[in-house]
Design a protein around this ligand. Structure first.
Ligand SMILES: Cc1ncc(COP(=O)(O)O)c(C=O)c1O
Length: 464
């Protein structure tokens, strides 16, 4: 299917948005003088300009124009309790009041306690902290290559593991290419990295078997997300998870779960608790950081040992690894989530299902086929995540990134760009059509989302 041309609609929405948010527009003009594209993170810099928040509380942020924006992006899916939750801000305030927080450069007890919670809730022996998910997956790759003495990294097409060399292959869908998910996504990568990365299809057991049969002897690790994030919020099947475990073991490769999104998002710990298959290493960030830049690699002792004295893998963590204020937030968040686990996670999943269904219905009522991904599988029963797909053919299952990210199969521009702007005009912020439900969202917020979608759908149908 030839992708729909939305340029007229986008221009009309952008003009309305300029009128709707003159202060954010002004800040953007200034931002463009100093910052590349007016900011520091590509995906936030929507066109014509992003909303510029001045404060945020719970499910809402207040922007420069005084709009109270209902936010489903929630800190790149990190803010599971909503923005600035009191449980964390009060812990930080107490910490700063007692003279602790910015004395980075030492290894305090808070870190030890956080490491203990993380190990207990993930089933691993050892953890080392760092400050971003990208660094965590890069260090996990170093460890895997160092441990196995092999070069190749296997990943899933459409999987995002942050901006590090082996993660920057096979992320975006290149419709013009026969291997739509196999290209290097950046200039300046180390020579030959694209050849070192083997890209397989998510949930495709037969392809995984074929690739391991062909390349198993040179694979250092197979890294993937048990719940695929940027590929469309798709859960792994039990069969795929089991095949990944069996094949990596059989071929002497390490299994690495990238839990940057899934860690503490589905339960108070590793998502593996829902299906019981343990990898060799895993990476964590987002929710476990409590809103602060905290990430971690956790794993089996014999592998993690390589990061230590004489181990040979330069896992230095960085100046801000185990930053005291960040680890205070992280420990507070993890302990809180453990304490409310039984009540919180089922509530989030139920509200998310309401949101997914409400959005689908809102579009259906206006005659548009929208499918909300983010529902569970036979391995991961439920989730608090959602993304919206607009398949050209209503019978498309939307269960692989080869469908959800292919602009000839799904109207990707409508989901990612047009809808985001149309909903911003309703003071609702979404990413890839929806986002993450937090504990701060309510039934009323879902009603507001549905109403906003209905109005956006009318506008989309009218085409301008
Ligand atoms: C699954 C996954 N891995 C790694 C990363 C990179 O994490 P960070 O943005 O903290 O570098 C992300 C970020 O979105 C992610 O979703």
């Amino acid at each position: 299917m030839k992708p729909t041309d939305h340029s007229r609609l986008l221009a009309a929405l952008a003009a309305d948005y300029e009128r709707h948010s003159p202060r954010s527009a002004a800040v953007n003009r200034e931002a463009l003088r100093y910052l590349v594209d007016g900011g520091s993170h590509a995906i936030r810099l929507l066109k014509p300009f992003p909303p510029r928040p001045v404060s945020a509380n719970g499910a809402y942020l207040v922007d420069e124009d005084g709009h109270h924006v209902l936010d489903f992006w929630q800190g790149h899916y990190a803010n599971i309790l909503g923005h600035n939750p009191a449980v964390v801000t009060e812990a930080l305030a107490r910490s700063f009041a007692s003279g602790s927080g910015l004395q980075t450069g030492f290894e305090d007890e808070t870190q030890v306690r956080a490491a203990r919670v993380l190990c207990e809730r993930t089933g691993f022996d050892r953890v080392r902290f760092t400050s971003s998910g990208s660094l965590a997956t890069m260090y996990a790759t170093f460890l895997s290559r160092g441990f196995t003495g092999r070069q190749a990294v296997m990943k899933v097409g459409g999987g995002w593991h942050g901006a590090q060399p082996w993660g920057l292959v096979g992320v975006d869908y290149h419709a013009e290419s026969a291997h739509a998910f196999e290209q290097a996504e950046s200039r300046g990568l180390p020579h030959g990295v694209a050849e070192e990365v083997i890209v397989t299809k998510f949930n495709d057991v037969a392809m995984l078997e074929r690739l391991f049969a062909a390349h198993g002897g040179r694979v250092a690790c197979f890294i993937f997300e048990p719940f695929l994030g940027s590929g469309g919020f798709l859960p792994a099947t039990r069969e795929f998870l089991q095949a990944a475990r069996d094949l990596t073991r059989r071929h002497g490769a390490l299994l690495v779960f990238d839990e940057v999104i899934s860690g503490f998002r589905f339960c108070a710990g590793s998502v593996t608790r829902t299906f019981g298959i343990q990898p060799d290493l895993a990476t964590y960030a987002k929710v476990m950081g409590g809103g602060m830049p905290v990430a971690a690699v956790a794993g089996r002792e014999e592998i993690m040992r390589l990061a230590g004295r004489g181990g040979g893998v330069k896992f230095s963590g960085g100046t801000y690894s185990c930053h005291p204020a960040s680890l205070r937030a992280s420990l507070t968040m993890m302990e809180y989530l453990v304490s409310v686990e039984q009540e919180l996670y089922p509530r989030l999943s139920a509200l998310a299902e309401k949101a997914r269904a409400a959005v689908e219905t809102a579009f259906a009522d206006e005659g548009l086929v929208a499918r909300c991904t983010g529902r569970g599988s036979n391995a991961i029963p439920s989730s608090s995540l959602g993304a919206l797909q607009f398949p050209y053919d209503p019978s498309t299952p939307c269960d692989s990134p080869e469908q959800t990210r292919n602009p000839q199969v799904c109207d990707v521009e409508l989901a990612d760009t047009v809808l985001q702007l149309a909903l911003l005009l309703e003071d609702v912020f979404v990413m890839h059509g929806l986002g993450a439900i937090s504990a701060a969202h309510t039934d009323d917020d879902i009603g507001r989302l549905a109403e906003a979608c209905r109005r956006a759908a009318k506008r989309i149908r009218a085409g301008g």
